[in-house]
Design a protein around this ligand. Structure first.
Ligand code: B1M
Length: 212
């Protein structure tokens, strides 16, 4: 089996040590870092994303795979010159104000990073103003919001409204998700997109970046 394919397979198994060693070997044998990233680590992570989407694996397996991915990624980072780490785009994410649930949001962040996005995670209980000011300051083109409480869903509408008010809704798009959130709610509040799970969120964010 070729070394990059082996990295992908071991990552899918969550074999942290094997991914660490194989990535080191790949670097030593002169394989370009971008190739190791795309055809080894990201290839494995994208299989994990799809398997999670179709409920073939559990959350714990996604987290193990993500840990294995970082074992490889951390070795590649210094090899990309400063500012040249390939990025698919910048995404600001957070759980909205009043809501402390962050497991789903963290999962979305992990999967986005795994897919090559630069993720600015504002954590939980994030006010609408914070989402918008961070996206503007950091030059992010997407804001991803999560909530698990029906009572905090209106905060998502506030963010969409604030983007309009500041006239940046043309350049900064939104994606929302979380157990009580639906496609219909996203349409109702004018969110650009909606993701029903973490893997779907990654697909939707990829589409949004393409459309930009
Ligand atoms: Co709370 N809780 N909780 N809770 N909690 C729920 C959500 C609840 C449904 C339980 C219930 O009553 N059956 C209920 C909400 C009812 C409602 O509003 N409809 C509830 C409640 C009421 C509360 C409290 C108010 C309880 C209380 O204090 N009386 C309180 C709220 C505090 C607050 O936030 N202000 C509370 C507290 C907590 C804990 C702190 C104990 C803990 C959270 C720990 C943490 O997150 N660090 C907790 C937990 C764990 C849950 C349940 C059991 C599990 C949630 C979870 O993590 N699921 C939950 C019941 C349930 O869902 N069965 C419940 C796993 C996670 C992977 O799924 O977050 O849905 P989820 O994410 C999914 C998708 O939704 C999607 O992708 C993920 C999977 O791929 N997704 C996105 C999520 N964000 C996305 C963003 C996207 C796209 C997709 O784009 C950006």
């Amino acid at each position: 089996m070729k070394i990059l394919e082996e990295i992908s397979v071991k990552l899918q198994r969550g074999d942290f040590n094997a991914v660490f060693e194989l990535t080191a070997n790949a670097i030593e044998s002169g394989i370009p870092p971008k190739e190791i990233l795309d055809d080894g680590l990201l290839a494995g992570m994208s299989v994990i994303g799809e398997k999670f989407r179709i409920h073939e694996i559990f959350l714990s397996q996604v987290l193990l795979a993500a840990k294995a991915m970082y074992a490889g990624l951390d070795q590649l980072k210094p090899l990309f010159l400063k500012g040249e780490m390939p990025s698919m785009g910048k995404v600001v994410i957070g759980t909205v104000h009043g809501d402390m649930h962050d497991i789903g949001k963290n999962l979305v962040g992990i999967m986005l990073k795994g897919a090559g996005f630069e993720v600015i995670d504002l954590g939980k209980d994030v006010p609408a103003e914070k989402f918008v000011s961070t996206a503007i300051e950091q030059g992010a083109s997407i804001i991803g919001m999560s909530t698990l409480l029906t009572t905090t869903m209106p905060v998502m509408k506030n963010v969409v409204g604030l983007l309009k008010e500041k006239e940046v809704d043309g350049t900064i798009k939104t994606i929302i998700g979380g157990a009580p959130v639906t496609r219909e709610f996203a349409d109702e509040i004018g969110s650009t997109s909606y993701g029903y799970d973490a893997a779907n969120a990654v697909e939707k964010v990829k589409q949004l970046v393409k459309e930009n």
